[in-house]
Design a protein around this ligand. Structure first.
Ligand SMILES: [Zn+2]
Length: 166
């Protein structure tokens, strides 16, 4: 059976539309029904496709603004719900940088961040040494610099799980 052709999401057409079939498959692989809104949001997040991911941090407001610009109707609540659904599926990583500042990161691997409170910008930091360099560099003009490290621990599952041994 020939799959139904997928409608472009950009108007005028954009090279990113070439990745629609691939992003469609990505949603299906994660058990998410590929609705037009979800595919649109994925094209905006991954304009070079799912295999050439450019690491960026988006806020729900960024995506909502983009939807308005493209003439795609969706409420901010829908954008939040969709981005949270993508992050639960592991397509995105949600980064909470403080009250009222949630970001959706296209880099889902483990990494650190620096958040600039004055501009509300979030930047990647690859390792602790680089994070310390940021701290030294910004010490002179930083009023209340905070370092918050979270180590995530998840119980092991599978045959090596302690709970299965007795
Ligand atoms: Zn990041």
């Amino acid at each position: 059976m020939t799959p139904k052709p997928l409608a472009p999401v950009s108007n005028p057409a954009s090279p990113a539309d070439a990745h629609i079939p691939e992003l469609h498959t990505l949603l299906q692989k994660h058990g998410i029904r590929p609705t037009r809104r979800r595919v649109c949001i994925l094209v905006w997040l991954f304009p070079h496709g799912a295999t050439r991911v450019v690491h960026r941090h988006y806020s729900a407001e960024d995506i909502h603004r983009r939807a308005r610009k493209e003439g795609v109707k969706m409420s901010l609540a829908t954008v939040y719900n969709t981005l949270n659904q993508f992050s639960r599926a592991g397509i995105l990583k949600r980064v909470v940088a403080g009250q009222g500042h949630s970001f959706y990161d296209t880099n889902t691997s483990s990494h650190h961040h620096v958040f600039y409170e004055d501009t509300a910008q979030l930047e990647d930091v690859t390792n602790i040494t680089e994070a310390l360099r940021h701290i030294k560099k910004n010490r002179a003009h930083s009023r209340n610099q905070r370092i918050e490290i979270m180590v995530r621990v998840a119980p092991r599952t599978g045959p090596n799980d302690r709970r299965h041994r007795s």
